[in-house]
Ligand binder design. Structure first.
Ligand SMILES: [Zn+2]
Length: 655
């Protein structure tokens, strides 16, 4: 850990204060709440994803042509679909599509086809001849009606300042309410055109680049073109009397890209203040991760009436211009939009990341934010530990409150990332995220994809970590007992209890401990592998206080620290008494206790750099012949445990 001491102590002083009175983020909770509200509607409406009948073709392209008058709760238009057939004998094509919308025509190579609706959300179109696998084909579906959505949901008509506004918000299962689609997380559409005709008083916002804005009688036609793969739930439109302005963003690849903002005229000044601040954050994410994913087009915002935000691809819909909301939705362009969770079980790959990136934007730009990074972390921990259980992995994807749980998917998901940054180090952590983004570019990802990249850059095996923290429930409370001998040796006995022992009885995490002196201090990193482990270290100053995790790297709660008598039980493993040599070692590793009065019966193990135990054994005493096993060269840890249950960990290099 590279720690700047001044900053650290300052943070620590602030932290003590903040922990007593943790603040929550200014607008984050409203984001979560409203995102959840939006999704709840769809779940009550229909607790399923795409029909299996849509899996036999691959979506290539859509051209949407809609007439929208925001004063009317109505959609009228057509969708032209290009698709590639995946199976021989393709005799009909199926879409997820609401039966409440009237299909007026299906045009297939100039010929009208019939169609039939079954159930609430299945549209079936028989084809005149069976198509072989590999066929690229297309058809146009003309339809109209009032989509099945009430005052909230996927298709919403509302007002602002006495002006009508209409917007869509389809995550997770709402696309099928207003256009014929594959309503799931299996198939990104390669590219789309969105052509919206609306009365000339209004502007229409959508994905991609606005290629033309033309007058047609008393109407205007807005043509948006998007040439990146897009998940169906991220296709969106919003129409009202938008004021428009552009911020310019110079990206790391040299592109000067527009950030295009469609805002309610009455909120223009407020919007301009907020989005101007976001330019530096876009540049920060762009340089920290990979180039902004849609850099050949744009980023932007369209204001809507929801109490939060939605990360529609290249154009987030937002209800305010606060730092928390804008940085969260922007982060989704990388995590959620370019790389989309492949299952709602893995929603933390969208929401945990977006939440964490909002956090690190506070870390990076302290002068720009009210809620500082330390207070933000304290607030997240307070939320996570407010209940003893719950896993980041969504164990019930039919329950919207479970998927979009702010405590688990957003906050604990974000903290899983923060803990990985601590456990793996800055370079391995951020390097893995860049590799993950490149690997899964414009595709879907599961947690296992992220794990593979984190393991590759760090060399650490993360099975146990994900078992405890992703699938497992709860969190630890650390209990430190410490003592300093007259010689300066500090002994720390580290115990932990867990909030859900039936799920996880021990969390293997490196634990930072601050040893505070009168004029000096230091942080030691303890790597416990079992409960009650005893650590010893030589400290050159008098320790006056000990604190667990002063920088808030970890999820933990109700930690305790007490001074106690450990010298007697710990001295066998004290630095001055236990010698492990030679280091590097070739054939034989000598273990010597200087004050040895009796034979040392030791259980011992050797752990490699991946955290795997490669040798386990018992020994009467003074060394191990490591040439007996085929140890590759490298850094190892030697774990020792004596008959009294005291343990110690030493590192050595095998030549
Ligand atoms: Zn989000």
């Amino acid at each position: 850990m590279k720690s700047n001491f001044t900053i650290f102590l300052l943070a620590f002083a602030v932290g003590i204060f903040a922990q007593q009175n943790p603040k929550t983020d200014d607008d984050f909770e409203s984001v979560v709440c409203k995102e959840a509200d939006a999704h709840k509607h769809h779940f009550h409406q229909k607790e399923r994803s795409a029909s299996a009948l849509t899996s036999n073709y691959d979506l290539k392209y859509y051209r949407f042509e809609w007439y929208i008058n925001p004063a009317q709760y109505y959609i009228d238009g057509k969708a032209t679909v290009y698709f590639e057939v995946l199976e021989d004998g393709f005799t009909e094509i199926n879409f997820d599509f609401s039966s409440q919308l009237a299909v007026n025509d299906v045009n297939y190579h100039g010929q009208s086809l019939s169609s039939s609706a079954s159930g609430d959300y299945l549209l079936t179109i028989p084809l005149p001849t069976a198509l072989p696998a590999g066929t690229l084909d297309s058809l146009t579906i003309t339809y109209a009606g009032a989509p099945p959505s009430g005052g909230f949901g996927s298709f919403i008509q509302s007002n602002h300042a006495n002006t009508p506004v209409l917007w869509t918000l389809s995550e997770p299962y709402g696309s099928q309410d207003w256009w014929p689609c594959k309503n799931g997380l299996t198939d990104k559409i390669d590219s789309i055109d969105v052509i919206i005709t609306t009365p000339a008083a209004y502007r229409a916002a959508s994905n991609g680049l606005l290629v033309s804005e033309t007058v047609s009688g008393t109407d205007k036609v807005y043509h948006w073109k998007h040439r990146y793969p897009i998940t169906p739930y991220l296709v969106a439109i919003a129409v009202t009397n938008y004021a428009q302005y552009t911020d310019n963003v110079l990206l790391s690849n040299g592109t000067n890209m527009p950030m295009l903002n469609y805002v309610y005229p009455e909120n223009l000044a407020n919007a301009q203040t907020g989005t101007a601040k976001l330019v530096q954050v876009l540049q920060f994410y762009d340089s920290l991760f990979v180039t902004y994913p849609f850099h050949e087009e744009k980023y932007g915002h369209a204001e809507f009436g929801w109490g939060g935000g939605m990360e529609h691809q290249t154009m987030s819909f937002v209800t305010n211009y606060g730092w928390g909301l804008l940085t969260h939705e922007l982060a989704h362009q990388w995590f959620g939009d370019m790389v989309t969770c492949g299952s709602w079980e893995d929603i933390w790959l969208n929401e945990g990341f977006a939440t964490y990136l909002e956090g690190i934007s506070r870390e990076r730009f302290p002068s720009q934010v009210q809620t500082q990074w330390y207070d933000w972390k304290a607030g997240k921990i307070a939320s996570i530990v407010s209940q003893p259980g719950g896993s980041v992995m969504v164990d019930d994807t039919t329950t919207v409150n479970r998927i979009f749980s702010s405590r688990l998917s957003y906050n604990k998901g974000a903290y899983l990332l923060h803990m990985l940054r601590w456990k793996l180090g800055e370079d391995a952590f951020f390097g893995a995220l860049r590799n993950y983004l490149v690997d899964r570019e414009h595709d879907f990802a599961r947690t296992s994809n992220l794990q593979a990249h984190l393991e590759a850059t760090s060399g650490q095996d993360l099975d146990e970590y994900l078992e405890d923290w992703f699938r497992g429930q709860g969190f630890p409370s650390y209990h430190v007992t410490w003592e300093q001998s007259n010689a300066g040796d500090v002994y720390i006995k580290l115990d932990q209890t867990t909030s859900m022992p039936s799920s996880v009885d021990f969390f293997e995490m490196p634990v930072p401990i601050l040893l505070l002196g009168n004029d000096r201090d230091t942080i030691v990193r303890l790597e416990p592998t079992q409960n009650g482990e005893l650590f010893s270290m030589n400290i050159t100053f008098e320790v006056t206080g000990v604190y667990v995790d002063p920088d808030l790297w970890l999820i933990s709660s109700q930690n305790t620290v007490q001074q106690g008598e450990l010298t007697g039980v710990g001295e066998a493993f004290a630095d001055g008494n236990l010698l492990v040599y030679p280091n590097p070692a070739k054939d034989f590793l000598q273990v010597l206790f200087k004050n040895q009065t009796e034979a040392n019966k030791l259980d011992w193990g050797i752990v490699n750099g991946l955290g795997q135990t490669v040798i386990l054994g018992a020994n009467d005493g003074f060394g191990f012949n490591i040439s007996l096993v085929d140890l590759p060269s490298g850094l190892y840890r030697l774990l020792l445990r004596n008959e009294r249950g005291e343990s110690s960990v030493r590192s050595f290099v095998k030549e």
